[in-house]
Design a protein around this ligand. Structure first.
Ligand code: NAD
Length: 302
């Protein structure tokens, strides 16, 4: 069952699924979904506003949508006897150590209102799970790339603003890709991320559902990354190899709000979920490129 307000999501992605259009905070609607589908065993909560600069400009709107909305949703789940919740959290809540790797015990120190809404929700759900008949698993995603390998879904944005999206745009337009920041404390001075294929993220959710009842404690957290960091220059090299010719780059200063980045140690995901990413970075790039070429056909009307 899908519940989505379609604030950024697209109706096309609900094809072939039972779909309710509405807000997670809408109690009567959530009650109706449970009444019509009494067999629902778990909720996967990925509804959120996710644009970091917007969260700086409109913190009230972000806390209302992400925190207040999630609190209402938790109450609706409890009222309907749903005892399993998987929450989409983020690597953005961590403060990375000197080697830029993090695990689930690394310090939490979110740097934007958006990231803080994720940390607040995690803590709020843990408080609720401590005494109420619901258990929660927060999955902390690193940097998703790629698309559905069968090309049914992918990023809905025509011009995504993350590094890979900008690389694809530069490649399509034949203009240089701009490397913002070359003086970070990384092996080549450019920002480092942990690019995890979105299909591997999806597979981790399936594994989490299958193993949910064996997870420790009322509230668990698991990182979903690849175990490897990739710098912007390394991403550019991988991208050039996939497209078969070098993509030109130009260097520019850091942008406000940028961070050096982090990558995840993934022992806990392996141990608790039996999950390891199956797709490598080249496949993530290839699937992102393929989706960028198909996107306008799958999502017409923009
Ligand atoms: N994209 C990333 O890099 C990333 C990284 C870490 C975590 N996450 C988390 O993963 C989740 C999904 O992110 P995404 O990148 O797919 O973003 P997205 O905008 O594509 O997906 C969010 C979905 O939630 C829906 N939605 C938003 N608010 C809603 C509400 N109040 N009620 C019902 N539906 C609502 C939107 O219409 C959309 O379909 C978010 O919780 C996000 O914080 C994303």
């Amino acid at each position: 069952m899908i519940l989505d307000r379609l604030v950024t999501g697209r109706r096309e992605f609900t094809a072939g699924r039972v779909f309710y259009e509405g807000d997670i905070a809408d109690g009567p609607l959530v009650d109706r979904i449970f009444a019509e589908h009494p067999d629902i065993g778990a909720a996967i909560h990925c509804a959120a506003l996710i644009v970091v600069p917007d969260s700086v400009a409109d913190p009230v709107g972000y806390y209302r949508a992400n925190v207040a909305g999630s609190l209402e949703f938790a109450a609706h789940l409890l009222r309907n006897g749903c005892g399993r919740l998987i929450f989409s959290s983020s690597a953005a809540i961590y403060r990375a150590g000197a080697d830029l790797s993090v695990d689930e015990d690394s310090p939490v120190d979110p740097q934007s209102p958006y990231a803080r809404t994720k940390a607040v929700c995690e803590a709020m759900f843990a408080d609720i799970a401590a005494s109420q008949p619901i258990r929660v698993l927060s999955l902390r995603y690193f940097n998703p790339v790629g698309a559905d390998p069968k090309m049914r879904t992918g990023l809905q944005l025509a011009r995504p603003t993350h590094a890979l999206g900008k690389m694809i745009t530069a490649h399509e337009k034949g203009v240089p890709f701009v490397i913002t920041g070359t003086d970070w404390p990384t092996r080549d001075g450019t920002g480092l991320r942990d690019y995890v294929h979105v299909w591997d993220l999806a597979a981790a959710h399936v594994a989490a559902l299958l193993r949910f009842d064996g997870l420790p404690g009322p509230a668990a957290v698991i990182n979903l990354g690849t175990g490897t960091g990739t710098t912007v220059r390394e991403l550019l090299t991988a991208f050039s190899q996939v497209v078969g010719r070098p993509v030109q780059a130009r260097e520019a200063p850091r942008r406000p709000g940028d961070v050096a980045g982090a990558y995840s140690r993934i022992d806990r995901a392996e141990r608790l979920l039996g999950w390891r990413p199956q797709y490598d970075l080249a496949e993530g790039i290839r699937h992102s490129l393929h989706w960028a070429a198909l996107r306008a056909q799958v999502l017409p009307g923009e």
